[in-house]
Design a protein around this ligand. Sequence first.
Ligand SMILES: [Zn+2]
Length: 322
Amino acid sequence: MAYNLIKRFMLTSAIAFCLIYPVLCPALNSITFMDKPYIYLQDAAKELGMTMSKSSEYCSLRNSTAYISFQYDKKFATINGVKISLLYPPSLKSGAPIISQKDYYNVILPILNSKTLKKQIIKTIVIDPGHGGNDNGTSGSYSKEKNIVLSISRKVANILSSSGYKVVMTRNSNKFIPLDTRAAVIDKYNGDLFVSIHCNSAKKSISGYETFVLAPQGTSSTYSTKEVNKYENGNRWDKNNERLGFEIQKALKITNSIDRGLKHARFSVLKNATKPAALVETGFLSNPGEEKLLNTPSYQDKVAKAIASGIISYAKAAANGN
Ligand SMILES: [Zn+2]
């Protein structure tokens, strides 16, 4: 009994040590797949103290606190029921499940383990209601994005202020703000993180919420195949961005709307952000049902509560970083 406990303690400590100081630990065996460095999911499972199971289509990793499900040759996976976009599709090599090294270190680990984040003590939060003034953003059959996102943003700001954070809004009226001025607010007010709030548009049948973070250097956005090598300001925070986006996407489950996933993009505000940043698409004004919800104060409260609690969960995780 005692021996087993000691063994378990030593194994857990070794895993924690390697996650904190990966340079000092032997890296997971790297293989090349589609010209990219990949690792075996079985090795990742071992390092994470998780059990791997696989079928002909799926592979999953599980322990007492986390469940990750991958589908071969598909970019989307789920972590604890939250949909996330990977940078490259996982696959099978001679029957063994594999995942790209970048996905393991830049997407999976930051979500699972706060020790892999850059440490941050969050005091000032910048909330960015999209569009404004002459820029309506998207429009539904009777409402405009710029008005809805301002209303939701004010609610987010109120919750965060009453939780003890200092909040700066990039706009607090129906005013046009150029894109490059928005991210600049972070440095101007000594902000610690940046969250931009928007509404979406597509064909009528589509609904749901999604959160975007900056695509890491050298990777493509979720909806593109073009790999971009330029290093942006926002890339300094790749791991923290991922965790911030994940916490917001996870918290939005309380809306009972469709989880469209945490995704990667190269939006201007994300590229220029000098601190961790995420852009939330709260729902589709092109979907009549969702337009109605997004104009309902109680639903706006729900969305705002989710965004604020996602931000607070991130703040707690980042305080544990290194
Ligand atoms: Zn927008």
